[in-house]
Ligand binder design. Structure first.
Ligand code: ADP
Length: 387
């Protein structure tokens, strides 16, 4: 796996049971997966020589993130390395403009959009954006075409003046209509080279300030018909785009009850972490099965309601210490499962997640939120996890 963050770390856990052991191309010894992988390789995912050196010891190369340059992925494939997903598929997770073009060709609904990267100058971009604003109305959304994550690289603009900093920075931009979002969901599926597909129930992803804080499986507010549509759409996209491994399709549900595709990810995804305990096959195991061309595992839920809450790091001086917080949490809610990524706590950083399972949505959700909140903020949290 190229990249050694929490996704690679959790993939390693799944690999162990399959009698496999993943190798990782890490940036530093502190990376979450480097901590749990013997003989981690260190290098730069943007360097072709580093990637070649790493790939020489792998049967299959896959990814923990989407930032490996496409030309390097192609060069590896041309040299005979099995890289999954391949560059042609991955492109639609790397380049938001390419994704919008392809989805529009496929007739897949999304917000109206305009690629601003072709404009010859900042003035031309500005004019094009003003024109687009006339068509779709303000506020509208502007996004960096490549490299964004967790809402970094996404801006809601009230007027053309708000675009000045982005235009001055010279970033390649895509403009989108501001979708009238009621709530957000994700359809996560897997596909093997053999062509087998498998999907999990569609989940609701609760976003706060561009960061996913909670995932609820199955999506409680999503009408069954839309859930079916989202699942079929994700399976169809996996096949059309020739994805191998996990495909996560992030969608908006609008107030008028439409589904709009927001973006695609081709790797285990935050909206699938709940599957570790909440499904018979986790997304990490499924990703491995897919890229190794094994038959896929069954995806039924292990409980009627599963809620995953991200632990977003609190301040450095959080009290009591992390070990004690874990201790209190385990004592208070022995059914809540804790996942820590081995990362330093920094405000807003995803440092772990918790999963709660049960029958009653409100109870399960409250428990997952309270547990994540306490792990992140300790005594500052508005929950008492002390027994
Ligand atoms: P990232 O690549 O950083 O995850 P996304 O494209 O997923 O960025 O956008 C992050 C969040 O910004 C979305 O989850 C959504 O809440 C909001 N957003 C993105 N695009 C739109 C849009 N066209 N209309 C309304 N909200 C949007």
């Amino acid at each position: 796996m190229v990249g050694a963050g929490q996704l690679a770390r959790m993939t390693q856990q799944a690999a162990i049971a399959l009698g496999q052991s993943i190798r990782v191309l890490a940036e530093s010894e502190e990376d979450g997966a480097a901590l749990v992988t013997p003989n981690a390789e260190f290098g730069d995912y943007r360097s072709l020589p580093d990637l070649r050196r790493f790939a020489a010891s792998c049967d299959v190369v896959t990814f923990d993130h989407e930032h490996v340059p496409a030309e390097h992925i192609r060069a590896l494939a041309e040299a005979g390395v099995t890289v999954l997903p391949g560059a042609d598929a991955l492109r639609y997770a790397q380049d938001k403009a390419a994704m919008r073009v392809r989805l529009t060709e496929l007739g897949v609904p999304g917000p109206r959009w305009l690629d601003l990267s072709d404009a010859a100058s900042a003035d031309d971009t500005r004019r094009a954006l003003v024109e687009f604003g006339r068509e779709v109305g303000w506020p509208l959304v502007v996004k960096a075409i490549t490299g964004g994550y967790d809402g970094r690289g996404v801006w809601v603009l009230d007027s053309i003046q708000d675009a000045d900093p982005m235009l001055a920075a010279g970033t390649s931009l895509l403009a989108e209509e501001l979708a009238d979002i009621d709530f957000e969901v994700a359809a996560v599926v897997a596909r093997s080279p053999f062509g087998q597909g498998a999907s999990w129930p569609v989940v609701e992803t609760v976003q706060v300030g561009g960061i996913c804080t909670e995932v609820i499986a199955p999506a409680p507010r999503l009408p069954a018909l839309l859930a079916d549509q989202a699942e079929s759409l994700a399976l169809r996209l996996a096949a059309e785009l020739d994805v191998v491994g996990i495909l996560a399709v992030e969608l908006f549900v609008t107030r008028s009850g439409r589904l709009l595709v927001n973006e695609l990810a081709m790797r285990p995804h935050n909206s699938g972490h709940w599957t570790i305990e909440g499904s018979r096959t986790s997304q990490f195991e499924q990703h491995l099965r897919a890229v190794l061309d094994y038959p896929l595992g069954v995806t039924t839920q292990t409980a009627p309601v599963v809620v995953m809450a991200n632990v977003l790091g609190g301040p450095d001086d959080t009290k009591p210490a992390l070990d004690e917080r874990v201790h209190h949490l385990m004592a208070k809610w022995p059914d809540v499962k804790i996942h820590l990524y081995g990362k330093g706590f920094r405000p807003g950083r995803k440092v772990g997640h918790v999963t709660a399972l049960g029958h009653d949505l409100d109870t399960v959700r409250a428990r997952a939120r309270a547990a994540a909140e306490y792990l992140a903020n300790g005594d500052r949290a508005e929950v008492d996890a002390h027994e």
